[in-house]
Design a protein around this ligand. Sequence first.
Ligand code: SF4
Length: 375
Amino acid sequence: MANESIGLYIHAPFCVKKCSYCAFNSVKKPEDTSGMCTALSTEFIRRTQQDSFEFQTFYAGGGTPTLLPPEFWMRLISMVQTPSLRELTIETNPATLDAIDYSSLLLSGFNRISVGVQSFNDKNLSLLGRRHTAGEAMESLKLIAGTGFRNISLDLMYGLPGQTPEDQQRDIEKTLRFMPQHISAYDLALEPGTPMGDRGEKASENQCADMYYQIHEMLTANGYIHYEVSSYALEDKFRSLHNSSYWNRTPYIGIGPSAHSFSGTKRSWNVSGIIEYETALLYGELPEESSEDLTAENGAHEVLALGFRNTNGVDLGVLAGFGFKLNPTDILSTGFVKQKGNLLIPDEKGMLFADHLACKAAELLENVQGFDEPH
Ligand code: SF4
């Protein structure tokens, strides 16, 4: 993975309290986070000491990465700093409003912040088990903008049980008062093992589709570009570079418990337990749990699964590079996908039905080179 454009993801596994829908790897923040900070820095050094990397993006996610001290982030960013680094994002949660020094984060080098608002409706926030109120979310956004962040992403969630189109309209109207540079609007996912997932609490499939179109219409009418199924940017330059690199299959290194890495030909992932993770690093090992070499067929299927979710689309030339040909006639006949040269580009309906399109396209793939070796 040396000397190529690459992303860096850091997983900070601590939260104030677990939300009712959350299946991310996170636990309650301990008093002392210094062990985790040391472990994350050690893993970064160990994974990068053999090669030089041209990091393009740095993404601090979790968990709630703003629960780790700004000095830790400043040190880590100074270790990573390369001239190629363009986008440095940190996720934050309005529940930690009082504890966060946003100007220190800006000084550390972050130039983008992603705020987990989810809703401006207190009833829905409480249903989701969020620790913050709508008022605190608004305070956070004002504070962050006042601090000087000029690239703010705001997360919204839809598909909640009992959520009405009017509820959602109010959420979007309140979002538009801030006109954040980026909005991520996620359909609530029911994850097994979470309180909401186990109770099966969610709006019906038709209601979710209606809410998806409502968001699309309101945000695009207000100048946002809908460039991925859940993502909207106020201008092209505000598209998430880091997330786009996942969809384009750009290599990335993941640091932290349960973080995934992708070399272009291999996917690997870390152990998820905090103690297991810290202990492996303490004993001079990499905390890797397992890995998988990708075959050409795996690669082609990933191109389909990711490509129909965003407006960069599926590149038939990339499929050919994997030894596969796709006759797009049946895909184009859905009416949700247009062809531009080698690209099959979904519209908003195509992105909503990306999984169906990818399955259909996978059935139509023709292996023209007859190989299925690690690629
Ligand atoms: S703040 Fe985010 S990572 Fe933490 S529990 Fe809630 S949804 Fe999960």
